[in-house]
Design a protein around this ligand. Structure first.
Ligand SMILES: [Zn+2]
Length: 409
């Protein structure tokens, strides 16, 4: 079957990686009764050799993903809330936001970010498709429109609330199937001098650190500065600054405004463009060889598991998030390999992991069952989790991370 680029419609012929057929990474099951009805979808990623947008080849319908039961609440992670607080403080100063401004966040989740603007007396509007997240946001004083974002939603917001001084789209650009209409929405939403910031995991790091577990059906695009600048330019928006962030294993925060507003390019742009050129992200050379690196990560982890089993050691997981589900399903793990995965979120406890079917449990069960190994699945939070679970040292328990390479510590 031939596929075409989501953005420029060129035929796709260069494979990046194929992770097989797996269930949706955020679709935890309520009980074993749901196993029979579990759906799986192909998870293959290709590169457009015309615009260099790296993208999944299949579109899973958005309503299969962001249903009312969507389980991710941003405020569960203290480090993420702190990241949001610093963002609000910095943007308020840099763009002189105040009581007469409007800040809009797209995919505002439970209000983890906008609450900081509310606290400073700055009017806000959240836009969030998941009803349960939106209700949590409203409860903390963040007005939230339950909807997907695109040109239609933007026009409605402008009609009802006016245009925005600042729009934030953090970790959402990759989740959008129609990336072109999404960007068109910001062109309509922003005041003449308005600014939009996009944060997204940087493709450069995904490749360099073999972060293939950040690939899942809900991530339609894997973004570089090169591809994002092209997409924004087509909609009359220009990138004037970029920052490199440590979040999600290495992200970019791109600043853009109306092309006609006369923004001057900041020095950060030159560095990131040079790094992407050096990594061959604008030619096919940058994408070859990724599959072999991914297979090595899988094979090393499976060898660790079989050795642990042979020695009679117990292995459990920590962090029931999308990353871990991609990783475990690509490795074809079952609940015979990982007895359970612990997670602090009460919204997830009691469910079963998609595909793997191991239960999600309260972290207290780690203390009670004293496993030999705890595999930290969200490696980007490894330091935080190592501190939370420091008690496993009491019985000489060890932590394991599989990416970028197998490590026990
Ligand atoms: Zn393309």
């Amino acid at each position: 079957m031939s596929h075409r680029c989501r953005f420029c419609s060129a035929p796709l012929s260069l494979s990046f990686v194929d992770l097989g057929t797996t269930p949706l990474a955020n679709s935890n099951l309520r009980s074993r009764d749901d196993i029979a009805g579990e759906r799986s979808f192909p998870l293959a990623v290709m590169v457009c050799e015309s615009c260099f947008l790296v993208q999944t080849t299949e579109s899973v319908p958005a309503d299969a993903i962001f249903h009312d039961d969507y389980a991710y609440f941003s405020s569960i992670s203290p480090s993420w809330v702190e990241h949001a607080r610093r963002y609000a403080e910095t943007m308020t100063g840099r763009f002189s936001l105040g009581a007469g401004s409007l800040v809009v966040e797209v995919a505002s989740n439970d209000g983890y970010l906008l609450q900081h603007f509310v606290g400073a007396g700055i009017p806000v509007l959240g836009i969030e498709p998941a009803g349960n997240c939106a209700r949590e946001a409203e409860a903390r004083g963040v007005p939230t429109l339950v909807d997907f974002f695109g040109s239609n939603t933007a026009e409605r917001v402008v009609r009802e609330k006016g245009q925005a001084d600042l729009a934030a789209a953090n970790n959402v650009l990759a989740h959008v199937p129609d990336i072109s209409d999404f960007i068109a929405g910001f062109k309509a939403l922003l005041k003449p001098k308005g600014v939009v910031t996009f944060e997204f995991p940087h493709l450069l790091n995904l490749i360099a650190l073999t972060q293939f577990d950040t690939i899942y059906h809900e991530h339609y695009s894997y973004l570089s500065l090169t591809s994002v600048e092209r997409i924004l330019a087509r909609h009359g928006l220009m990138v004037f600054d970029v920052e490199q962030l440590p979040t999600h294993g290495g992200s970019l925060r791109v600043f853009a405004g109306h092309a006609e507003a006369g923004w001057s390019e900041q020095p950060g742009l030159r560095n990131v463009r040079a790094a992407e050129t050096a990594a061959h992200l604008a030619d096919r050379g940058g994408y070859l060889g990724f599959t072999a690196k991914v297979e090595k990560v899988r094979d090393d982890f499976l060898r660790f598991l079989s050795e642990a089993k042979a020695e009679g050691k117990t292995v459990v997981g920590y962090g029931a998030a999308a990353k871990g589900n991609t990783f475990m399903n690509y490795c074809r793990l079952t609940d015979g390999d990982i007895a359970f995965v612990a997670d602090r979120s009460p919204h997830k406890q009691g469910r079963l992991l998609p595909g793997v079917h191991a239960p999600i449990v309260d972290p207290e069960l780690i203390r009670q069952t004293r496993p030999d190994y705890v595999v930290i699945l969200p490696w980007n939070l490894a330091r935080e989790i190592e501190q939370q679970l420091g008690f496993i040292r009491d019985w000489d328990g060890r932590f394991v991370t599989a990416i970028p390479q197998l490590r026990t510590f």
